[in-house]
Design a binder for this molecule. Structure first.
Ligand SMILES: *Cc1c(COP(=O)(O)O)cnc(C)c1O
Length: 369
C-alpha cells in the first residue's frame, strides 16, 4: 500500500488562474512595493475582515514584532511565555531587551496571569503574551496588571488571525497586536505579517519605522528598518482573503472529526478553544499522557513511519534554547506547567486540502496506540 505523506500543515493555494489578473495589474502599473495599490487594498480589506480600524502590513511577522517593540520604545525587561515559537523571545533579544519567562496556564497554554506579578521588577516595561494556537489569553487580567504597574502589552497574535471574543476582534486588546502571514499560518501571503494599531497616530509611527524612518523624501526621524510588504505578497493576500471562509470551514470539519474520534482515547487529552467566540482552527494539539500506550515521542515516531508528520509544537521550550537557558526565569523549576505540556504535546495535521482518507488513517494510528 502506498502511503501519501501528510504534514502538520500545508499552505492553501487558490487556482493559479485566479492570481493572474492580479499579476497583470502589477505588471501594468509597475509599482512593485513601497505601499502601492495592492498594499493599500489589502490593508483596507484586512481591517474589514478582521474588524479592526488600523493595520500596518509587514514583510514578515518577526520584523513586525521587532518594530512593535520599537514603536512602544520598550527597553529593560519584558515578561513573556516560554511556550511559543522562538521568534517571540528572539524579538526581545534583538532589541537588547531581557526576556523574563513566566509559566503558562494548563488549560489555555497561555501565560498564567496569576504568575505575572511575581516576575515584575523595576526594569519591567512590558508584557508580551501569545494567543497560543489562536486561543485567547486572559486579556482582562493581563490588562489589569499592566494598568497597575504601568506596563505596555504587545500581543504576539501570530496564531490568532480572525479570532474574536464577545466584544469583537481579539486583536483589539493590549497596546499592539502582531500577526504573521507566513505560509504555514491560517491566512498567508507567502511571507508576511502585520501590526494592528489602536489609532491613526500609532499606525503612522509604525509606517515610518517600517520604511527606514522616512517621513518624506528628505526627512528621517528614527533608525527604522525595511519591513515593507511587496505588491506580489499583498496581491496574494487579497486573493487568499476571498477563500478564507472555505479555508476555515474545512479546518473546522477536521477539528470536529478529531474531537469525535479521539475524545475517548485513553491517555489522549484534547484542548478547548479557551472561550473564543470564533476559533480559527489553526492547530490541533493533543496531549499524550502517561495513560496512553505509547510515549509522546513514540507516537510521533510511529506516525512518522506512516508518512504522517505531526509536530511537537512547542518542544523544546524557548527557554531551553542555548541563548536563554542560562537565565534565572528559564529554569525548568520556574516553568513546571510549560515543561510538562512541552513534553506531552503533539500537533496533528490540519489544513484545507487534508482529505477524509488521510484523516481516518491518522486517527486509526492514534487509536491503535
Ligand atoms: C510564525 C510565528 C512567528 C513569526 O512569524 P514569521 O512571519 O514567520 O516571521 C512569531 N510568533 C509566533 C507565535 C509564530 O507562530
Amino acid at each position: 500500500m502506498s502511503k501519501r505523506s501528510v504534514y502538520v500543515t500545508q499552505p492553501y493555494l487558490p487556482p493559479l488562474a485566479e492570481f493572474l489578473p492580479y499579476l497583470e495589474e502589477i505588471w501594468s502599473n509597475k509599482t512593485l512595493t513601497n505601499g502601492g495599490p495592492m498594499h493599500q487594498r489589502l490593508e483596507a480589506a484586512l481591517c474589514e475582515h478582521l474588524g479592526v480600524e488600523h493595520i500596518a502590513l509587514f514583510n514578515n511577522g518577526t520584523i513586525a514584532l521587532l518594530t512593535a517593540l520599537q514603536t512602544m520604545r520598550i527597553t529593560g525587561e519584558v515578561i513573556t511565555t516560554p511556550y511559543s515559537f522562538v521568534a517571540t523571545a528572539h524579538s526581545l533579544l534583538w532589541n537588547g531587551i531581557r526576556p523574563v519567562f513566566v509559566d503558562i496556564d494548563p488549560q489555555t497554554l497561555n501565560i498564567d496571569p496569576g504568575k505575572v506579578e511575581a516576575a515584575i521588577t523595576p526594569q519591567t516595561t512590558a508584557i508580551m503574551p501569545v494567543h497560543c494556537y489562536g486561543n485567547p489569553c486572559a486579556v482582562e487580567d493581563l490588562q489589569g496588571i499592566a494598568d497597575n504597574y504601568n506596563l505596555k502589552i504587545i500581543y504576539d497574535a501570530a496564531h490568532a488571525f480572525g479570532v474574536r471574543d464577545t466584544g469583537g476582534s481579539i486583536l483589539r486588546h493590549g497596546d499592539l497586536s502582531v500577526l504573521s502571514f507566513h505560509a504555514t499560518k491560517v491566512f498567508n501571503t507567502f511571507e508576511g505579517g502585520a501590526i494592528v494599531c489602536p489609532d491613526a497616530n500609532t499606525k503612522k509611527r509604525v509606517d515610518q519605522l517600517k520604511n527606514f524612518g522616512f517621513v518624506d523624501e528628505v526627512t528621517v526621524v528614527a533608525p527604522g528598518i525595511n519591513g515593507k510588504m511587496s505588491e506580489i505578497n499583498a496581491a496574494f493576500g487579497l486573493l487568499q482573503l476571498q477563500h478564507m471562509s472555505r479555508i476555515v470551514a474545512r479546518r473546522k470539519e477536521i477539528d470536529t472529526y478529531y474531537r469525535e474520534m479521539l475524545g475517548g482515547v485513553k491517555g489522549v487529552c484534547l484542548l478547548g478553544n479557551g472561550g473564543a467566540d470564533s476559533a480559527n482552527y489553526s492547530y490541533f494539539p493533543i496531549l499524550v499522557g502517561a495513560q496512553y500506550s505509547l510515549s509522546r515521542d513514540q507516537l510521533y515516531e510511529k506516525l512518522k513511519c506512516q508518512g504522517i508528520y505531526a509536530r511537537r509544537y512547542f518542544y523544546p521550550l524557548i527557554s531551553d534554547f542555548p541563548m536563554y537557558r542560562g537565565m534565572q526565569s528559564a529554569q525548568r523549576g520556574n516553568l513546571p506547567v510549560a515543561s510538562a505540556i512541552s513534553d506531552s504535546v503533539l500537533c496533528l495535521p490540519i489544513y484545507p486540502a487534508l482529505g477524509d482518507e488521510d484523516l481516518q488513517r491518522i486517527v486509526r494510528v492514534i487509536q491503535e496506540g
